[in-house]
Design a protein around this ligand. Sequence first.
Ligand code: SAM
Length: 321
Amino acid sequence: MLVDGFGRQIRYLRISLTDKCNLRCRYCVPEEGVVIKPHIDLLTLEEVERTAAVLTGLGIEKIRFTGGEPLVRRGAVSVIRSVASLPSKPSVGLTTNGVLLNENLHDLMSCGLSGINISLDTLRDDVYGKITGFPVLPQVLSAVHACIDSGITLKINAVPMKGINEEDIPALAQFSRDNDMAVRFIELMPMGCASAFTGIPNDEVMKMLCDRFGSPAALTAVPEDGPASYVQFQGFKGRVGFISPLTHRFCGSCDRIRLTCDGRLKLCLASPVSLDLRSLLRSGASDEDIAAAVAGALKDKPAGHEFINKKCDQNMIGIGG
Ligand code: SAM
């Protein structure tokens, strides 16, 4: 079992497969771009798989692949398949912008994924272009519908921002009116270039939705929901979720750690503290050495993020959202 210095059991690992992305979301990638890490610095797919194997052996039950855009990494589907078939059979999910999903969905469906999260902040072509820099909303919507048709568990994640996509909030929520799926609103965290934007607190998002759809029923939280709280509006088939790291901090129950694409094990999104797993992996460390290093590093997992008091210089793209 992995337990941190505050007694929190760590069950959830997010793995960033790459810091490359085929979109340039303005709150995630700085305008001047980012220096992409040389390929040699990225964990190989074998190193990713080995790390996942060691950590699932220690009690990680849930793994999510992310990035950058995970599907731009060659071999992404094969590493997802390998990790999903590890002996402990972890629950494996994928977070993607959806641009390359149509061509990969068939293969992904056979990997035993527990679900796919698609990031989608607007349903308007012009706004999508302004946020992401690319006119690919039709591809993403087509992937959303392909996922719905496939029956895979689907969540849409949206980050509401003042003056950018607030008008889209009810329209995005309506995906869960007609489909048994979740649409989740995530509060913008002031990291790196995101600090130039103003997020919308989830209480305001909820109010907008209540004004439009009436009072919802609050759904009982289940462990698989993680930090999201869910409601269901009358007549909706699916759920609307709220992830509120700023206004309803959930650090006290944080059960996650993150592996960056260059092999740093990050203990908290907002903290620069990390364990250099790549050096260990490349210096002949045994699985036991790696396990001991991870268990030791967890003692330094911070009690919580300091987004409110401290500026976080890191951009999400470099860590893996
Ligand atoms: N490319 C994939 C995607 O778009 O889903 C995976 C990586 S992306 C960094 C993962 C998620 O992080 C996206 O849903 C994005 O909206 C979210 N994100 C990026 N920066 C954020 C921030 N500052 N606050 C909250 N969410 C953020």
